[in-house]
Design a protein around this ligand. Structure first.
Ligand SMILES: [Zn+2]
Length: 377
């Protein structure tokens, strides 16, 4: 049973632990460098030839890898190569933060092979569950191989046991989402906040340099944060929180929560672009975005100042801005200015390039790392 989103539980000492670790090591090697011969895999992983052959036989039987022709001969019989079968398993990923909700079916390479969307623009309460079941059912039906699991990104606070503690957007309080979905589909299910899921996607795909501590901030209806503090993604807990109602000293704009001066009052896209934003098309949002650049630049500097204490305290190496705010090119510069004005320095700040798929990509990556112990490089 999965424990922490995206985390391969660091198990108690277990007789099978070495075998599980060896399998993970070899599978990651095949993910990263396949097609590869067993001899080469043995050399690069440091695993014995017999161990590699044995694990490979298991992976072939499970349908995760396939034999794919022959490599160059080094004198004797040419070696048979082994590579990942991208269609060997599928993952269903759902982004409940979108309007309407969006879901995707991904292959083992992390490529989106099918998508599904909810029918209601802003579902709440039990409507969200109905829509979630509908999109999952639709995509599971399209999979041509067994599903590895389900990954969900939720706009709100998610507990370690997969319960959604609170989601303002979905009007959910204490929803036992993981257990409910596992009961229905019989598939391992990983739940995280949308920002945590997007952080996983961003961390896995866009770091050219080794980033140890990354803060991902997703700004759209809310201001949500996902933090990864280890280079070993499949061993690290992902943490996150919500800064929407962080009260800023000296601010007095009234907030929907009843208080004044919340960060969300100047940062959420509704505040920046106006209330019609939710119902706008992507094209309309982009057009409006261009017209509102000065307000967005100001908002990005506020965001930087709000993030500064977190960045300083955790010694963050890289800040990635995602969500709707990532549409503006000037955002990274202004967030950096905001951080620097409070902290005296700023780490590298970039905007996410994964676009609106970040949450589903990350939710699928959580399943992959949880179930197979591997990450997309
Ligand atoms: Zn508030």
């Amino acid at each position: 049973m999965p424990q922490t989103p995206g985390l391969r539980p660091i198990a108690k000492t277990h007789p099978d632990e070495t075998r599980i670790n060896n399998r993970r090591l070899l599978l990651q090697e095949i993910f990263d460098r396949g097609p590869v011969s067993r001899a080469d895999a043995s050399r690069t992983t440091g695993l014995g030839r017999a161990t590699v052959s044995d694990i490979t036989a298991g992976l072939l039987a499970e349908g995760l890898v396939v034999e794919s022709g022959q490599g160059a001969s080094t004198g004797g019989k040419p070696p048979t190569l082994v590579e990942l079968d991208p269609a060997g398993r599928f993952t269903v990923a759902v982004d409940l933060s979108r309007h309407p909700i969006e879901a995707a079916l991904l292959n083992l390479r992390g490529r989106i092979v099918a998508t599904a969307a909810g029918k209601t623009l802003d579902p709440t309460g039990s409507e969200v569950l109905e829509e979630t079941h509908r999109v999952i059912g639709e995509l599971v039906g399209e999979a041509t191989a067994p599903a590895l699991g389900i990954g969900i990104g939720v706009p709100g606070a998610v507990a370690q046991d997969g319960r959604v503690v609170l989601s303002e957007q979905l009007e959910w309080t204490d929803i036992d989402l993981r257990d409910q979905l596992e009961d229905v589909y019989g598939l391992p299910t990983y739940i995280a906040s949308d920002a945590e899921a997007a952080a996983v996607a961003e961390f896995g795909r866009t770091s050219s340099d080794p980033v140890l501590r990354m803060l991902y901030v997703k700004v759209d209806d809310r201001v949500a944060v996902g933090i990864i503090t280890s280079a070993r993604l499949n061993r690290t807990p992902i943490r996150g929180g919500d800064l929407t109602h962080l009260t800023m000293a000296g601010w007095d704009d009234p907030c929907g929560c009843g208080r004044t001066g919340c960060l969300g009052t100047r940062l959420s896209m509704i505040q920046i672009l106006g209330p019609d934003y939710i119902d706008m098309t992507t094209e309309g949002r982009n057009r409006l975005a261009a017209e509102t650049t000065p307000r967005v630049d100001e908002a990005a500097r506020y965001l930087g100042s709000a993030l500064a204490p977190v960045v300083m305290a955790l010694d963050i190496d890289k800040v990635v801005v995602g969500g709707q705010l990532a549409r503006w090119f000037s955002v990274s510069e202004n967030v950096a200015t905001g951080i620097e004005s409070y902290g005296g320095w700023a780490p590298e700040v970039t905007v996410s390039h994964l676009g609106p798929s970040a949450v589903v990509l990350g939710a699928a990556a959580m399943v992959l790392s949880g179930e197979l112990g591997v990450v997309w490089g």
